[in-house]
Write a protein that binds this ligand. Structure first.
Ligand SMILES: NC(=O)c1ccc[n+]([C@@H]2O[C@H](COP(=O)([O-])OP(=O)(O)OC[C@H]3O[C@@H](n4cnc5c(N)ncnc54)[C@H](O)[C@@H]3O)[C@@H](O)[C@H]2O)c1
Length: 243
């Protein structure tokens, strides 16, 4: 699963799953271009870095115009709104759709003309909270991530003959900075931090959360030529949630 000589682009690479993906691609020998909304989070990354708001279509187009060829694209931008449908306002729905689904549309559309043909690999970070499975308090998020899977599969179908693969990785509950923020937010509504952690741990049959490295390992596989016969798939990395 070496990526020597390959050009990789990773969004939301400032922290969490996106950062772990960028580090894994870098360690595999790729030249990695990392972007994130927050430039401060990219300061300690070993590859090239750019501040990019992936919900800004014009900014995304301008960013990708700067590339001649891209071998690997990993799109990790996403936002978890917590709420049942009655707890989801119009603004919540729009924000969730914008950050999670619109960003994937803008980024893949801008990157496609630059993807290596054949040999390009697109990996989106979706979720098992999507068309795969319903979870409590994941109305807007689950709908948007289902859209990411549908978008990824449609791209896979359209560019199959060009030799560009597109796959979605669907994590379970992964210990990341944003997961810890969600625990804090739930602590306020559920009354205790223990109850909030239990809310997340109860979803995991293994009794533990996944790590960002465990997700990045699947991303690296899909990015590499080792997965040359794999396209249009939604690959769960979920510690048995969907067993
Ligand atoms: N952590 C989990 O349990 C889990 C589970 C399933 C799927 N996911 C998905 O994995 C991805 C990463 O999640 P994480 O938990 O590592 O999140 P995280 O919050 O720890 O990291 C998200 C990163 O995205 C960046 N970002 C936010 N909005 C952006 C924008 N508009 N443009 C560019 N960058 C932006 C943030 O600055 C941050 O660096 C997301 O798509 C998330 O939905 C996470």
């Amino acid at each position: 699963m070496r990526l020597d000589g390959k050009i990789a682009v990773v969004t939301a690479a400032g922290q969490g799953i996106g950062r772990a993906c960028a580090e894994a691609l870098l360690a595999a020998g790729a030249t990695v271009h990392a972007s994130d909304l927050r430039a401060d989070l990219l300061a300690n990354f070993g590859g090239s870095t750019t501040a990019l708001d992936a919900t800004d279509s014009a900014a995304v187009n301008a960013y990708f115009a700067g590339f001649d060829k891209i071998d690997v694209l990993v799109h990790a931008v996403g936002y978890v709104h917590q709420g049942t449908i009655e707890e989801t306002s119009d603004a919540d729905w729009r924000r969730s759709s914008s950050i999670t689904l619109d960003s994937a549309f803008y980024v893949i559309r801008a990157a496609i003309p630059k993807m290596a043909r054949p040999g390009g690999s697109i990996v989106t970070i979706a979720s098992v909270a999507s068309s795969i499975r319903g979870f409590p308090k994941r109305t807007a998020y689950g709908a948007a991530k289902a859209g990411v899977i549908g978008l990824t599969k449609a791209v896979a179908a359209d560019y199959l003959k060009d030799g560009i693969r597109a796959n979605a990785v669907c994590p379970g509950t992964i210990d990341s900075p944003s997961l810890r923020e969600r625990v804090e937010a739930l602590t306020a509504t559920m009354g205790s931090r223990e109850a909030a952690w239990k809310f997340f741990l109860d979803r995991q049959p293994t009794g533990r959360l996944g790590t960002v490295e465990e997700v990045a390992a699947m991303v690296l596989f899909l990015a590499s030529d080792a997965a040359s016969f794999v396209t249009g798939q939604a690959m769960a990395v979920d510690g048995g949630i969907t067993v």
